[in-house]
Design a protein around this ligand. Structure first.
Ligand code: 13P
Ligand code: SF4
Length: 357
């Protein structure tokens, strides 16, 4: 539905009144009505890199989900305040790895290393951006790195230069897809750690020998694309190019023609020849926007039954207007802060990512 013209006008007025004091960041999965007010749009990596790009801005309004706003708070200056227009905008994948579960997993791995007479230093944690600040701090404390879907290969290669085994949190699909497609691992090099079972549901031998320990987490949006979706769209549009996000299941990624982050998906379509056909396996707000932006190409959604990311969609125009108007009135609402100790170690892991070759 088109956005309420009154709210559009109010958002524009509030943003103009704040001028350089506010910096609005928008993830590619945000609604059109929100994206129109973003100073910068990007994938998770670009937004982490750009969060501190306007140091004179007192307020950084993050139109995305909670873990992204936390990272922005960690990466911005001490005088900058990060605001998330709706505090209920979380991420179900990030919630699949709690600090307690991850510490328990680490204790299990440490005890095993001790029994084997080896150091735990051989295990390097690599955590996907889509995780809480606690998990990022855990990663930094143990010499690991954060990655996003646009640098997971470089992060894994770096990690195997530091140690022998990687604990990848929390997205099993990004970890598995990157290891198999880009590092040439065999599926049997990877094991799946289930945090709800003792020893992760694995034997000591499995835990000891795996090159890659994948946490049992996934994205509820990308997890819904199936092999059948790919088969059906190929039948319907024989010359279609299938382009999917690496949060999709391995079987789906294997059947696709192109795989990459949201920023990669956007660039691939910009470079595509007119008249070509594309089926896109990622969140629907982005796919809709891409279809509108490229009327010369046929762009379809990979699966009609998959809908929006419900938590990304919580950030809507009414919440943005409320946030901006509150700031104009001198009231900071929904501020996201990370405690200094957590921020210190999270920053180590985030800076390691930003420094990846
Ligand atoms: P990217 O922004 O890295 O493409 O990740 C997509 C996503 O699911 C963010 O929550
Ligand atoms: Fe989380 Fe998936 Fe939504 Fe991204 S798309 S915020 S990973 S649930």
């Amino acid at each position: 539905a088109p956005s309420d013209p009154d709210l559009v006008q109010r958002a524009a007025a509030a943003k103009a009144a704040l001028g350089e004091r506010v910096f609005v960041l928008g993830h590619h999965y945000q609604r059109d009505e929100v994206v129109q007010f973003a100073d910068v749009t990007g994938d998770s990596f670009k937004l982490a890199r750009d969060a501190a790009a306007r140091p004179q801005a007192e307020y950084v309004v993050f139109c995305g989900v909670h873990f992204m706003a936390e990272s922005a708070d960690i990466l911005t200056g001490p005088d900058q305040q990060v605001v998330l227009p709706d505090l209920a905008a979380g991420c179900s994948m990030a919630d699949m790895a709690t600090a307690e579960q991850v510490e328990q997993c680490w204790d299990t791995l440490t005890a095993l290393a001790e029994r084997d007479g080896r150091g735990i230093e051989r295990v390097i944690p690599v955590s996907y951006m889509n995780s809480s600040a606690d998990i990022k701090a855990f990663t930094g404390r143990h010499g690991g790195t954060i990655c996003t879907s646009s640098n997971a290969e470089r992060a894994l290669r770096w990690a195997y230069e530091q140690g022998e085994q990687v604990l990848f949190l929390p997205d099993q699909h990004l970890g598995r897809n990157t290891a198999i497609r880009q590092l040439g691992f065999a599926p049997s090099d990877c094991v799946l750690y289930n945090p709800y079972k003792p020893n992760g549901g694995l034997t000591d031998a499995q835990l000891r020998e795996a090159k890659l320990i994948l946490w049992r987490g996934h994205c509820s949006v990308h997890g819904r694309f199936t092999e059948q979706c790919v088969d059906e769209v190929r039948e319907l549009i024989p010359d279609v190019n299938v382009l999917v996000h690496p949060e999709c299941r391995h079987e789906v990624v294997q059947k696709a023609d192109y795989v990459g982050s949201t920023e990669y998906i956007i660039k691939t379509l910009e470079a595509a020849a007119p008249g070509t056909a594309w089926a896109i396996g990622t969140e629907l707000n982005l796919v809709r926007r891409l279809a509108d932006a490229h009327p010369d190409k046929r762009i379809v959604f990979l699966d009609k039954s998959v809908c929006y990311c419900s938590t990304m969609n919580r950030i809507d125009l009414p919440h943005l207007v409320w946030t901006l108007e509150s700031l104009v009135a001198g009231k900071v609402v929904n501020r996201i802060t990370v405690d200094p100790e957590t921020a210190r170690y999270s920053r180590l892991a985030l800076e390691q990512m930003l420094a990846l070759p």
